[in-house]
Design a protein around this ligand. Sequence first.
Ligand SMILES: [Zn+2]
Length: 441
Amino acid sequence: MAALWLTFVKRRASESRSFLLLHGLRLSVACIGRIALLARRFVVAVALGCLLATAAAANTGRGAGDSPVATDARLEAQGDTVRLTLTLSRPVTATATVMAGPDRVIVDLPSINFQIEPKQGRKSAGFVSGFRYGLFMADRARIILDLGQPAVVASVSVKPQRGGFGELTVELKRTSREEFAALAREEAAKTQLPSIPVERKAEGDSRRIVVIDPGHGGIDPGTQVAAIAEKAVVLAFGLKLKEQLEAQGRYRVIMTRSDDTFISLGDRVRIARGVEASLFISIHADSLAQAQDVRGATIYTGSERASDAEAARLAAKENQADAVAGLDSSEDVHDVAGILMDLARRETRSFSTIFARNLVERLGGSVKMHKVPLRSAGFRVLTAPDVPSVLIELGYMSSPKDAELLNSEGWRNQAASAVQQAIDQYFERLQAPGKAAQSKP
Ligand SMILES: [Zn+2]
């Protein structure tokens, strides 16, 4: 395991683009250009604008130029067997495991450039209700097959084809609930995702550290409305906010992700704690299929008890991110306990609330807010005991008006600059004489 971890760290460091992910230095214009180019080449929805193109091409991810390309995926059922066949530009190595709650089969692959119609994954066959695919980490991709009934992996094979192509076949066989549960327990004990190496606070740098956390990424698209994925909307906003904050020179900004990579909820919290951030801002966008007229931004803080049913629904949905990517969602992000930590946590909560109020005030003066703009619930990503943390739902992708704004450069600039003013105001108030909280953060 240690050797594996070392290889992982080395690979990570050697890959300059994933280095950028941690250090959050810049999203190169070249990258946006490349995504746009890919979109033009492979996607028909170019007319819908850059963001749409980013969302549609998001699955191509990094390294698309040199990774094997998957051009076709087919699901076929025959008796008690379901077979997934993937056509690849060259053979790769693959492994497959089962995971319970929800029941699924996870196929791990090296980085793959998926050029598969997403609608192919929405078709069911036998006991498989559909599949998803995407980048899981910098150099790994995943296919997740959702199971309607318990099944085991009967075989995984990759056969070279004529012309240098490869064909991956994963064969699943129906099994009993008991056998499935036993196998899933066994696999869960074996497969622990290595946490990403966390950057530490730099010596001698007195700037405040703000961590921006664009939600979802990689294999987890977040909310999806038509061709637009939440992961692309929130990344575009996060990068804009970073640009505006850095232009001031007062802050050091760290992104939990700067590209289309999956980061677990626990790792997002660990990144913020590792750099001893003064603020952690998680960026999301919501959707309500049954209420297209619901609009506006909402600011959330973490709390054990949700402020209302709507906040509880949203936290449950956002907390699913790890499970969507095939991670054991029981992984605990509360890794600290004790009376001192409880005190710190309580203090951190009050700072989070102060900042959340600033956000409502500033953002509300600039863009449309939800009619109840300040709420709280048990978001796993807001559990750092020592970093004031908030989650911004920028708006509702299910509202045609909000969706249009979320995709517009003008709205993004306006909203990002309101968030930046709220950040300035928060730190200015903390520093003001007579504030008990001077020493913090
Ligand atoms: Zn989200």
